[in-house]
Design a protein around this ligand. Structure first.
Ligand SMILES: Nc1ncnc2c1ncn2[C@@H]1O[C@H](COP(=O)(O)OP(=O)(O)OP(=O)(O)O)[C@@H](O)[C@H]1O
Length: 881
């Protein structure tokens, strides 16, 4: 047994200053010779033969006869575990015997000191004894499965429930629980992990091959093994890996697969072990970051391969582990965070906020998270997000990413296993099921390209300076962290890290200098013309290499609760998907309600779900009102135009028509936005529309869409969304029909006014009555499935249009009266009108444009042609404005 300078065993400290371990009794000479020596702190459990290095440490002279061991800055030290399953409960009852020893770094032999025969080793008293003595211990002593390579051999056959660990606690007063059972709170075994850095060189681009070069040299970068050389500058950089992808013919050509195997796959392994991981690509614009991270259809990059292996691995692992995979995708553009996966009305284009959780660090508030079940799901989300990412053509890259993107995967692993506990009355014969949970966050980051501002045109100047600003902060953070990492052991003072100076670094705080196994791929061009940027990237990368993160497996009892909630989310998402196909099924809400109630935390979840749905209902009813208002306004305008047509020489007629077309433009673009689910744009258009139309005050009420909207919207927002989209289509159809018909009629009127043909004008008037009638009828119905840009769909959907019209009803009496009046008008004038029209058609045959006008009188077979022409007209109308 070691002689401790203190009768209690003490391990305490904090992350900045390292941990103070039991003092060591050196004689004076030993004290001098060992002062400042770097050592390994080893652990050996008395039941095992293996000794594991658990931390790097340094010896310091602390008092006359004592030296102290200071570990590298860590919160905790791994103490030990039993080598076989049978003895861990024994340990629990009788206390844990372990032995700490110090050895010079890189050597096996122990340092001599006077502590006892075992030199610097220390055997603990049993924990139960300590507890009985009422001694303070400055840590929670637990057993742990250490997933790190150094202890893997020792730990892999230990069931997870025997995994406990030692964690220091800076308040140095944590007691064992009254029951004497070891505390299993935060399971954090900190380990140093330096950032792994690789460089990848892309092939020459076409314009680089032909560009004029000094000395006739096009390239000036060489890669050999793990080194990059710049011959003209006699510079040499060394990294963990250097990938030469400049020429496929090369023997050592690094394909996408090679890059993934070396840089991506190891991170996947770490993620399965429970660590947070991060891979980011850094480099000049056009140097191959996106190609490396995402690749192409034929040559997928790291992210698709990572996802593929993730799901493959899950499918081959044992059934007792349950996996939940959540993904999110965001971009940081001009220092603002945008959700790339959200299809929520008000979330698109919304700048999200970063918040900080005291335990888990920075996170993005309101970011959409999807639970995915397979590779295809995940890839679909990735592609959807990429479509929304901000890109632009720059001098260096045809499709340059103008934002930093972070694709995050949360891997949750729930392990269920049977625990045999000797403490049980039955002697441990009856297994009890236990669950542990592990959550790993995987960040795959494609940074925007670093670029000299001189290379940017005025369009991209602002975004270029923003990109450079955040990359500059990233550089500062990296270099500060590198400084701190190298001075960690010698100094207690650490410089401030300016994480908050940019959104990027704030969000990546954990990946840089925090709890994450992080790798970086620096991409470079071989071209001599980019040499300056290449050297700057290489410097950046070699500084990043010096950063040492402190990592631990994310296993925590609180995770159980989080897991349970994640399960709920996953369940709810599945339900949403399932019910999407049958939105009219009224029973589903009740059934699901029951299922939800049966879930753990079900009550809260249901309540939350309801809140969410209420919110959704509000949005929908608001939208509904806006659409209705627009429809009414549209009707009013048409009416006004119609009434003015009686005055042949009304100078306002054309103006009104233009106004009307202008408004319909707004509506059309609104409907397009809605169709594309670009709700934000839709909302903007509505606002524009409404403000341009404020003077028109409509009192009559149309209820065209009410019947469609009046289903029970209080329970399920997805169901509502489905309806919302369907109804938008109907409104869209209706308006397009109006535009089509009214444009034709107005053109016809126009022409006839010009011709001064009174008879024809009369028939036009009737025809515009028809048009109004149709508007009123359609206002009270909802025609279906028309897509303004999709000419083919016009014909396809005409039939459904008809049946839809029959089904709907007008509820507003005033409007009904008006429609009835107009119907009467119509029935009176139909024959005349048709006759006139026929005449007109005959007169004008031979002219394309005229045929278009005449066929505007419900000539269904020519509808497609008409549509195309009215589209053209609209464009010219815009030009005129
Ligand atoms: N290793 C490679 N092999 C083949 N082509 C590559 C490679 N790396 C990049 N390219 C090609 O170079 C061009 C630019 O690459 P990429 O878009 O990935 O650059 P980037 O660094 O992401 O640029 P930016 O920062 O402007 O978004 C693309 O056409 C890409 O296909």
């Amino acid at each position: 047994m070691s002689k401790l300078s203190d009768s209690r065993m003490r391990v305490f400290g904090d992350i900045k200053n390292g941990l103070e371990l039991p003092k060591i009794n050196f004689n004076k000479q030993q004290q001098e010779s060992n002062n400042g020596k770097e050592v390994n702190l080893n652990l050996k459990h008395s039941n095992t033969t293996n000794t594991n290095v658990i931390a790097g440490a340094r010896i310091f002279k602390s008092s006359k006869n004592h030296s102290s061991i200071m570990t590298t800055p860590k919160k905790s030290v791994f103490i030990g575990k039993n080598s076989d399953n049978s003895s861990h409960s024994q340990t629990k009852r009788n206390g844990l015997n372990f032995e700490l020893s110090l050895t010079p770094k890189g050597k096996e032999n122990k340092i001599n000191c006077d502590n006892d025969k075992e030199d610097l080793s220390h055997k603990s008293k049993s924990l139960s004894q300590q507890k009985n003595n009422g001694a303070n211990i400055a840590f929670n002593l637990n057993l742990a499965v250490n997933m790190d390579d150094t202890t893997k051999n020792n730990s892999h056959n230990i069931p997870t429930n025997s995994a406990k660990k030692i964690t220091t606690n800076s308040n140095a007063n944590t007691m064992l629980s009254d029951s004497g059972i070891l505390d299993t709170t935060p399971n954090k075994i900190d380990q140093p992990s330096s950032i792994k850095v690789a460089v990848r060189m892309r092939p020459l681009a076409n314009n680089e091959k032909t560009g004029s070069q000094k000395n006739g040299k096009i390239t000036d970068v060489l890669i050999k093994d793990s080194k990059v050389m710049i011959p003209s500058k006699k510079d040499l950089f060394e990294f963990d890996y250097c990938f030469d992808s400049s020429n496929r013919e090369l023997f050592h050509y690094a394909s996408q697969e090679v890059v993934y195997r070396k840089m991506g796959h190891p991170l996947l392994d770490y993620a399965f072990q429970g660590y947070n991981v991060c891979l980011f690509a850094y480099g000049q614009s056009g140097s191959g970051k996106t190609y490396t991270m995402l690749g192409t259809e034929e040559n997928p990059g790291v992210t698709p391969r990572f996802l593929n292996d993730l799901f493959k691995q899950i499918s081959t692992t044992k059934k007792e582990i349950e996996y939940i995979i959540n993904v999110s995708f965001l971009e940081i553009y001009n220092e603002k965070i945008y959700d790339l996966l959200s299809d929520e009305f008000e979330m698109i284009g919304k700048n999200l906020r970063v918040r900080e959780h005291p335990q888990t660090g920075p996170y993005v508030e309101d970011l959409t998270v999807f639970t995915v079940e397979n590779y295809e799901n995940a890839m679909e989300l990735l592609k959807n997000g990429l479509d929304r990412r901000s890109t632009a053509t720059t001098s260096l890259n045809e499709k340059s990413s103008r934002s930093h993107s972070i694709f995050s995967i949360i891997l949750v692993q729930n392990r269920h296993f049977d625990r045999h506990d000797d403490d049980d009355d039955d002697g441990g014969n009856n297994p009890r099921t236990t669950e542990t949970s592990c959550i790993s966050k995987i960040n795959l980051v494609d940074l925007a390209g670093s670029e000299r501002v001189g290379n940017l045109n005025s369009d991209h100047f602002r975004e270029g300076t923003m990109i450079n600003r955040s990359l500059l902060t990233l550089g500062k953070v990296i270099s500060q962290l590198a400084d701190n990492s190298s001075s960690r052991l010698n100094s207690t003072h650490h410089s401030h890290i300016p994480y908050r100076e940019s959104v990027l670094t704030y969000l990546l705080q954990d990946s840089l200098g925090g709890n994450s196994r992080t790798s970086m791929i620096a991409t470079i061009s071989p071209a001599k013309i980019h040499l300056e940027e290449t050297i700057s990237t290489l410097r950046y990368a070699s500084t990043a290499q010096k950063i040492v993160n402190i990592v631990h497996v994310n296993e925590d009892p609180k995770m159980k609760i989080i897991n349970s909630l994640l399960k709920q989310i996953s369940f709810l998402r599945k339900e949403v998907d399932r019910t999407r196909d049958s939105p009219l099924n009224n029973n589903y809400v009740d059934n699901n309600q029951n299922e939800l109630n049966n879930c753990e935390y079900g009550d809260n979840e249901v309540r939350n779900d309801e809140c969410y749905c209420d919110h959704g209902t509000e949005k929908i009813s608001d939208l509904k009102k806006r659409f209705e208002a627009m429809l009414k306004n549209g009707g009013k305008i048409l009416k006004e135009i119609k009434s003015k047509k009686h005055f042949k020489n009304d100078p306002d007629l054309n103006l009104d028509r233009l106004k009307f077309e202008h408004k319909l433009d707004h509506l059309r673009s609104l409907i397009k936005s809605v169709k594309k689910e670009d709700h934000l744009k839709g909302l903007k258009t509505i606002t524009e529309y409404e403000s341009s139309d404020r003077e028109i005050n409509i009192t009559k009420k149309t209820t065209i869409t009410t019947s469609v909207f009046e289903f029970d919207t209080t329970k399920h927002s997805e169901k509502e969304k489905k309806f919302e989209q369907r109804d938008f289509k109907k409104i869209e159809t209706k308006f397009d029909n109006h535009v089509e018909e009214k444009t034709d009629e107005l053109n016809e009127d126009d022409k006839k006014l010009q011709q001064g043909d009174n008879d024809t004008f009369h028939s036009c008037d009737q025809s515009s009555n028809d048009g109004m009638l149709q508007l009123a009828t359609e206002d009270s119905t909802a025609s279906q499935n028309f897509k303004p840009d999709d000419n083919d769909s016009i014909n396809k959907d005409e039939n459904s249009n008809v049946s839809e019209v029959k089904d709907d009803q007008v509820t507003d009496n005033d409007l009904k009266d008006e429609i009835d009046d107009e119907k009467a008008d119509k029935s009176k004038t139909t024959i005349n009108s048709t006759g006139d029209l026929k005449d007109t058609k005959n007169k004008d045959s031979g002219s394309d444009a005229d045929e278009d006008w005449s066929s505007g009188k419900r000539g269904k077979k020519n509808k497609k042609d008409k549509k195309q022409k009215s589209g053209k007209k609209q464009k010219s109308g815009k030009k005129a404005r």
